[in-house]
Design a protein around this ligand. Sequence first.
Ligand SMILES: [Ca+2]
Ligand SMILES: [Ca+2]
Length: 598
Amino acid sequence: MTWLTEFPFRGIIMPKKRYTNRSGTIIAVVLVVIVILSLAALSLAKLMQAEQRGAKYNMRQTQVRYLAESGIDALRVLLMYNEEDLLDLGGLYDNPDELCGVLVADNFRDVREVGRFSVISPWLDEYGMPTDVRYGLADESAKIDLRMIWAYELEKPGVGREILMNLPGMDEYIADAILDWLDEDDETRDYGAESEYYEGLDVPYRLRNAMIESLDELLLVDGVTPALLYGADWNRNGLVDLGEPDPLDFQLETDYDNSEGLLDCGWAALLTISSAERARSSDDSDKVNVNSDDLEELQQQLTSKLNNEDWVNYIIAYRLFGETNLTTSDESEAGSNGSSTTGNSPTGNSPGDATGDSSSESPGNQTGGDQSGDDQADDGEQSSDESNRSFDLSQEPKAKIFSVLDLVGGSLQVQYEGESSTETLESPFTEASLASDMPTLLDAIRINDGTFSRVNLNEAPRGVLLAIPGMTDEMLDAILANRIPDPVEQAEEEIDEMQYELWPLLLEYVDLDTMKQIAPYVTSKGSICSAQIVGRFDAKSPASRLHVWLDTSEKPAKILRVQDLSHLGPGYTPEMLGVNQDTRSTFSTGNAVSYAGR
Ligand SMILES: [Ca+2]
Ligand SMILES: [Ca+2]
């Protein structure tokens, strides 16, 4: 400060003034700096807090994801049990003890750290409508596999369209567009759409011309809307919840009368592309695929499996001289007038004959077990005289067998090797011996390689059953009223016939002719199962919801696909998930009380 006092112009006070101002400025500057630093510190603290919250939320999300994944592992452990032990444990159809609110992480002090998973599938009421949840696996075969539709359409053009048209809300434009999307050619069907249409769109895209890879892909098909594919089930939990569109409004949007509720959850609840049927024979050997191309090999396999020359002979003869028997409703209506399509077809397929037989003879014959045994013995003697004759197995097979009932009660015009004339071969499978023949046959053979499944009539919802060609009201009622989807109950009831897909016939709810219509399309069990698994903590928790598909034909079960549905919410109420909300009664000390009291 001395330079100021020594300044030559003492009268001028400027320097002193400047000195005073400067000291004030410094204080102000210091204050501002302090404020800025404080604000910076504060915002840093805020940021850190947000980061901490974010990190904690991430951690919770990771934890609930692992809770849900624990559910997948728990299922795979249960699937390791043999069938009997599994049934003792309560099975996998509806088993709240093993699969609802299962405790994974327990914490006596903090209810926020109590973590659980639940395994959930739709529960169908007596009308076959999804109205609630159960704790277990859903057979993917309860839906119609698009690959079955396609395989059958290739076998008999028209079948695919008929099945699709039987779906609720479907019209011929969409049905043809779906088939055009799947077929490899570029020829537009009557009402369909091929590349010309898709490439002319504002945002053009290519159609697949092959099997779709996920159901969502159907949204790309001309005419398919989210409302049709997913119905009112926006959160994809298989139920129409509060907050989801009223199915009546939805009805206006889709232009479909949904008063029966069949389209509530859209086609996604009725269709699949991931079912399979890999059941093995009861002795754990592979079943024989009766539609394989190599007839010599087929004959050997059947001989060793069935050990019945007449049966093997007739099955081979059917492949060589029979007729593929996939009826569509148009034909069955025409057929009921009494006309048989061709002279060479199995006579049992003539609807007039079959109806007559079944109504007049079936009750008496089926109760007379001894009589049916005698019939079989007679057949055996007759054919043993001719056992030296054989068929020319190098011929191209003419027919495929789509259900074991194709073999029942008919006859074939056959030609033996080296002979010029044809003769009639009566089927060794008679209506009278159904009860004994069919279980043996069903246990030994299958009709394809099992890469896709037919419809599981024990679990299929109403909308699926209605889509099966040839399904009658009588058949639908018989199935819905009498089926026992839970294997635990099935075992308790001890009705052996229930394990076969032909049970409506074997238990005499319907006649042979009615069963024949739907038999190519149905099975009693598939090998791929799915479920939604929700993991969450009991309080203040995000939820992780996974849709998982398991191949149960292998041990341990193979995880085929996991779809994360967490972004659509937990999907189920805490009560459904077995979450313990009454925290006060369970937790009497620690944080639990303070949390519950909030
Ligand atoms: Ca095409
Ligand atoms: Ca829903």
